[in-house]
Design a protein around this ligand. Sequence first.
Ligand code: 1GP
Length: 241
Amino acid sequence: MKGVCENILEAVSNGEKLLAILIDPDKFHVENTASFIKKVNASVATHIFVGGSIVEENVTEALVVEIKKHTNLLVILFPGDVSQITNKADAILFLSLISGRNPDYLIGKHIDAVSKLRNSNLEVIPTGYLLIESGKVTAVEEVTETKPLPRNEIQLIIDSAKAGELLGMQFMYLEAGSGAKEPLTHEIISLVKKELKIPLIVGGGIRSKNELENTYNSGADLVVIGTAFEENESFFDDIRK
Ligand code: 1GP
């Protein structure tokens, strides 16, 4: 069976545009799983991401188990911390926050995670994670105690992404932060995309079909949306083809 990473690489090389619905265990009520996932299944979503900046211990695993009862979509961990790792998911984005200079989020948490990953069959996908300024302080910035890259420092953003690719990261994630005031600009996304050979994930602040399409047209291969669905599930209808 093909792995999750291989699957995504193949889809991207075929020109497919992917959409991950982000479920934050801290904000989601597990009893709503069946009805929410039914909407995800009926939508254009291709993946489910599970994770958040602040999540209580053991909540993630129970939620992943429940989600998988209701969908065949791949469930990928997008963890804010080691405690969110569970082998009940299909894969984990092993994120290194390369926009920041906090050693914990560059390598420290990864070392802590090894005891959980060593004997697990969870597919580990090395992913560069770049937090970009979005007009307000986001949870990622607070929790990781790192500064986002300024929006106008385009060359720094491009070079950071390229450095991640050269280090062997399989995906690059451009993040405006959950609930960002505005999504990332066409300029940032398109210039980073031009530089990279690996798939580009983009998320943060996307709240309309128009913004979703702009993000794809700018060069994102996989878009991640969480808040818009949390705030109003009718967004599933808005993004219908
Ligand atoms: C956050 O990029 C994701 O890590 C999604 O952001 O919640 O703003 O959609 P939103």
